[in-house]
Design a protein around this ligand. Structure first.
Ligand code: PHB
Ligand code: FE
Length: 338
């Protein structure tokens, strides 16, 4: 069949609301359907069905990935739950795919993608996350700090799944902006950061600069993060955002970049597995120790492994439309070539 102009244009955007079943009489969980995708869970696994096949995932890993996709509003670019299933953010619409960024699926023609309005897909994923998260399981917590998601339905943990990221408009601790973390604001020091200095810098502003000058102890701030792999924003200068985060165990999503991002390892150590964004082929293993700085190129996917709780600063460039300039090849995927 000849390729018509219509086939070359963007796919249709699905806006219809999702469907939810009655709870399964055997395990208590609802089944969710949106577009041509069906999501089912049992005591151990999640099954995702689309017209070209079925994909199965461990339920805990799935819920940890889903938590990030929901809380981050689909994030920048690709959120791969594993090498097969994930989402791509187009910033008002989102693709859901099976195998579309996996060479073996593409070669066999079993890849499948549908595009959704962000709002309607977000509502589906949020409802699924709430129904499938049992009491005692916090998908944002390190595995050693939470219970299990496995087994039949047992209550919920909406307090955990509604956790809001702390996003400074300008700078943490400025009047009216994101506050410093303390015991009083419900942010105790994490068990693995008991040795972190808790003193705050003194700020002495000249009279006319009062309320405009701020400083805070970023190590103290991160020692009090209650969650893992969930960057907050501590400063925004034009399009430059500092997004520090505390990490423990495995980054639940394999992030496919749509722009360059920079990492500064502030404490301990993270090993990153880096792969090809389009094919999932492994490319490199990068171990970052305290003080190391790395650029994650715009054409890769990466997943971090943090054996102890560690502090990472992610530096993001929020310039509007940047992802389109990289996608067109207008900007090189790395800031320097050697
Ligand atoms: C990333 O994809 O760059 C990323 C996401 C979450 C983190 C750290 C890094 O906690
Ligand atoms: Fe990333």
């Amino acid at each position: 069949m000849a390729t018509t102009a219509e086939q070359m244009t963007d796919p249709a955007v699905i806006t219809e609301p999702h469907r939810e079943s009655e709870p399964n009489p055997n395990n208590g969980y609802k089944t969710f359907e949106t577009g041509s995708f069906k999501f089912e869970r049992d005591e151990y696994f999640v099954r995702i069905t689309c017209p070209t096949g079925t994909h199965i995932m461990d339920v805990e890993n799935f819920l940890r990935s889903m938590m990030r996709d929901v809380a981050w509003g689909f994030f920048y670019g690709w959120v791969n739950f594993d090498e097969v299933f994930g989402t791509v953010n187009h910033y008002d619409s989102v693709d859901v795919f099976i195998g579309a960024y996996n060479q073996a699926y593409k070669d066999s023609g079993t890849d499948f993608t549908e595009r959704f309005e962000s709002k309607s897909l977000g509502a589906c994923f949020k409802s699924l996350l709430s129904d499938w998260t049992n009491a005692g399981f916090d998908p944002f917590a390190a595995p050693l700090e939470t219970g299990s998601a496995r087994g039949p339905k047992n209550g919920n943990n909406d307090e955990a799944v509604n956790f809001q990221r702390e996003l400074a408009n300008r700078f943490v601790s400025l009047p009216g902006d994101s506050p410093i973390r303390s015991d009083e604001t419900g942010r105790p020091v994490n068990r693995q950061f008991a040795d972190v200095d808790q003193s705050e810098p003194e700020v002495h502003a000249e009279e006319e600069f009062e309320g405009q000058l701020a400083a805070f102890n970023l190590f103290r701030y991160l020692s009090r993060s209650p969650v893992t792999w969930n960057p907050s924003i501590v400063s925004v200068v034009r399009s430059s955002a500092y997004c520090p985060t505390s990490e423990e165990h495995i980054l639940p999503v394999d992030h496919g970049n749509d722009r360059v991002e920079w990492f500064i390892q502030m404490s301990d150590e993270i090993t990153w597995k880096v792969g090809d964004k389009d094919t999932a082929a492994p490319m490199s293993v990068v171990t970052m120790k305290a003080g190391d700085v790395a650029c994650m190129p715009a054409d890769i996917r990466h997943r971090g492994f943090s054996p102890k709780r560690s502090m990472l600063l992610v530096w993001e460039n929020l310039t509007p439309g940047l992802e389109k300039r990289y996608a067109r090849g207008e900007l090189p995927p790395v800031p320097a070539s050697f």
